[in-house]
Design a protein. Structure first.
Length: 762
């Protein structure tokens, strides 16, 4: 642009140089930019026609300046002493002064250049940073820190399970557990079996079994083992869970002393690999509809297990394709042609050499989306005969006269009592899913700290974790992972200390927590994958395995949609259980009356309040969660009652409001999680840990309210000014928690050998 003979004659032309460099720096001139610059040039009366033509020629998009020329312009400008607040016009004036100290511009001419800067969208001093070295901003200076002692946080999260957690971590950190590529499906399955054998040799498989079977009689420890193993390989977790949890615990909980003594020791040592054969092709979640039959022959004292049609085949059964030698099979008990409902039986599948038992046919499910270290199979029974004592008879039996007996007279109650003893799977699965989500978050947050990209003009590149939207992606799930940790701890405690009266409530709680946590894990791992860009797509960085292996968690141990409906129905009927003889419609009305909003909640000052202390207040958070839970429950009850009053069948009425029922379940679970998180904070004595947890709890609460802001606005519980203020607080909490993010993920205590992702190396 600056031709020596012209600029020597008229150095004032240098005032254009910063504008021209900035416009050409991105290699594209828009029509608007060209017109603005032409207009500016034409207004300058101190430029002669030849100079004007020269300046206009350098605005031709077809003839951009050569790279060498562009660099020379920048070098010319950078040789100046430029202050932090210098705009492009100010820099141009300095250039002019450098070459002609006597050159002058009128105030109007200077304003004209400033006006053009604004019209072009060039932000004055912001554009000037391109010519300065060093540009620090709030974003660039935001760095990781730790406001608490990580060891103290680990101790809080581990609680009284620290010893068993360390034992498991030591085992899975051994080089023999290192991740590797597999040559075949068979190779992967055999490796997972070998790992399971190592765990059983350390006594972990039998941990929940009675001491006579080599166990510790410690169900809490078993859940902890499952959770900790989930930092490693999820195929191993599921294989472990099928063998020692589903197969072993079904024998333990549904069988009696004769079964325990005969089988548990060999199950716990993995001498007797087995399966849990409940799901059928035609009946997944509807266990009562199973069609496999167990027909009793009193003269022979045997049961005949049979698959009457293809829909009755046992499908997707873990351990079945290769390793399983026996199975707990759920089948309809038939005595003298009469159906006595679903019962459980121990049925042989293979001998010790791996040969199938006569009448048993098994097909391999083959490769799956994930969990390929687990050998899932489809089982058919063609009149397989088993002895009478192979019936798991804790809750029902066939007596010596060949008659059905049970202390529980109601078929429905007996069925749900039997299944209720197996609800432990709905505790192990969400705890496993949460461990996977924690691993994904650890990888993504570490990557976000290391990965630098873009930055302010003239400044260094910035860690992507400093960007608000990146924080928005990862900090809320980080907060939720802590919330769920304490929520699942509460569920485990309730399950282990349950009474018969609490059984249905706890089953519903377990169903809801399983659904909520596994949905959370699926969404979180997808966010982690995207937050790591193409690196997250590489298998070496583990997120693909975590995503694929946990994807099925949303549908096994119960489809999440079905489970949330179970939660809602439990909430709708709990008042009937409490008040006994009350009419169901009266109960609905009672629920409605309990949902009436207190005057304080609808106080005009409260629904519009944007005071920070109020928005961060735990009482406000819990009140908002409780209000939503009560109101949605009451609304669902009213809708069902209305449909039934209008003559609709109750089955249809519940079908019509299914979407509403999911919201009932979700609101209930979210309230439980928040309540338990807040209790944990109150009970925490360590100030640094308490402060960090408080911020996480505030973020979990406000982010949940923000997600449901439409509902709160519809209900008149908040006004727009308040939901906007909540969004602002969520942003600020994400910003503040980001500083602790590395420390918060370090507090999960995940072994480095299990994280294993190159992008997460610190």
């Amino acid at each position: 642009m600056i031709q020596s003979e012209l600029t020597t004659q008229n150095p004032k032309i240098y005032i254009f140089l910063p504008l021209y460099y900035t416009l050409w720096a991105d290699s594209v001139l828009t029509p608007l930019e060209i017109e603005e610059m032409k207009s500016l040039i034409s207004r300058q009366k101190w430029i002669n026609p030849i100079e004007k033509n020269m300046l206009i020629e350098h605005l031709n998009p077809a003839l951009p300046p050569k790279p060498k020329l562009l660099k020379s312009w920048k070098k010319e400008i950078k040789n100046l002493e430029i202050s932090a607040d210098s705009g492009l016009t100010s820099i141009g004036l300095k250039l002019v002064e450098k070459y002609d100290p006597d050159a002058k511009f009128s105030e109007a001419e200077i304003k004209d250049f400033h006006h053009t800067e604004l019209a072009l969208g060039l932000l004055g001093k912001e554009a000037g940073y391109a010519f300065r070295t060093g540009h620090d901003t709030i974003t660039t200076s935001h760095v990781s820190d730790s406001s608490f002692d990580v060891a103290e946080m680990i101790a809080l999260l581990d609680g009284d399970q620290q010893k068993i957690i360390q034992k498991v971590k030591k085992i899975i950190s051994d080089p023999s557990f290192a991740y590797r590529e597999y040559e075949s499906l068979s190779d992967q399955r055999e490796q997972v079996l070998a790992w399971c054998k190592v765990l059983s040799d350390h006594g972990l498989g039998a941990w929940a079994f009675p001491k006579f079977a080599g166990g510790k009689d410690d169900m809490k420890g078993y859940f902890t083992i499952m959770e900790t193993l989930s930092y490693h390989d999820l195929s191993l977790v599921i294989k472990f869970g099928v063998q020692f949890g589903l197969w072993g615990m079904s024998v333990f909980f549904l069988g009696t002393d004769k079964h325990h003594k005969k089988y548990l020791k060999d199950i716990g040592s993995l001498e007797l690999p087995g399966c849990f054969a409940m799901t059928e092709t035609g009946h997944g979640s509807n266990v009562r509809g199973l069609e496999t039959t167990a027909t009793y022959d009193h003269r022979a004292g045997t049961f005949t297990i049979h698959t009457p049609n293809p829909d009755a085949r046992k499908e997707y059964i873990g351990n079945a394709a290769v390793h399983g030698q026996m199975a707990t099979v759920f089948a309809k008990l038939i005595i003298d042609g009469e159906d006595f409902g679903v019962n459980a039986f121990i049925v042989p599948l293979r001998d010790q050499e791996g040969n199938l038992v006569k009448g048993v046919q098994i097909e391999d499910c083959g490769r799956k989306m994930g969990l390929n270290g687990v050998d899932n199979g489809v089982i058919y029974f063609d009149n397989v005969v088993i002895p009478k004592d192979q019936m798991l008879d804790r809750f029902s039996t066939v007596n010596d006269e060949g008659e059905f007996e049970s202390e529980i007279s109601s078929d429905n109650r007996r069925f749900f009592t039997m299944l209720g003893t197996l609800v432990g799977g709905r505790i192990g699965i969400p705890r496993s899913a949460l461990s996977a989500a924690k691993t994904g978050l650890t990888i993504a947050i570490r990557h976000g700290e290391k990965r630098k990209q873009f930055g302010p003009e003239g400044g260094a590149e910035v860690p992507i974790l400093n960007y608000r939207m990146h924080q928005r992606r990862l900090m809320p799930p980080l907060a939720a992972s802590y919330a769920l940790h304490f929520g699942l701890r509460y569920l485990t405690k309730r399950f282990l200390e349950r009474t018969e009266e609490e059984a249905q409530e706890i089953e519903a709680l377990a169903a809801g927590m399983k659904a909520y946590t596994t949905w959370f894990a699926t969404a979180t791992l997808q966010e982690c994958r995207e937050a790591c860009g193409g690196k997250g797509y590489l298998s070496e960085n583990r997120i693909d395995a975590l995503k694929n292996d946990t994807d099925v968690y949303t549908t096994f141990e119960g489809d999440n949609v079905v489970l949330m409906q179970l939660v809602a129905k439990n909430r709708l009927t709990e008042f009937r259980q409490e008040f006994g003889d009350m009419n169901m419609f009266t109960i609905f009305n009672y629920v409605v009356s309990q949902a009436k909003t207190s005057l304080s909640e609808k106080n005009p000052l409260i629904i519009r309040s944007t005071d920070q202390a109020h928005l961060l207040d735990m009482d406000f958070h819990l009140s908002a969660f409780k209000y939503r839970e009560r109101a949605i429950l009451a609304s669902a009850a009213q809708r069902i009652k209305k449909h039934i009053d209008e003559g609709m069948d109750s089955f249809d009425a519940f079908n019509v409001v299914q979407h509403h029922l999911l919201n009932v379940g979700q609101a209930y679970i979210e309230r439980i999680i928040l309540e338990e998180f807040q209790k944990e904070i109150i009970a925490t004595p360590n100030y640094g840990v308490k402060t960090a947890l408080t911020q996480l709890c505030q973020l979990f609460a406000l982010h949940t309210i923000e997600k449901n802001r439409g509902w709160y606005l519809e209900q008149g519980y908040m006004e727009g000014v308040k939901t906007k203020a909540i969004r602002k607080e969520v942003n600020q909490l994400c910003w503040e928690i980001r500083k602790n993010a590395l420390a918060l993920t370090a507090s999960f205590g995940i072994p480095e050998s299990c994280i294993a992702a190159p992008i997460a190396k610190i």
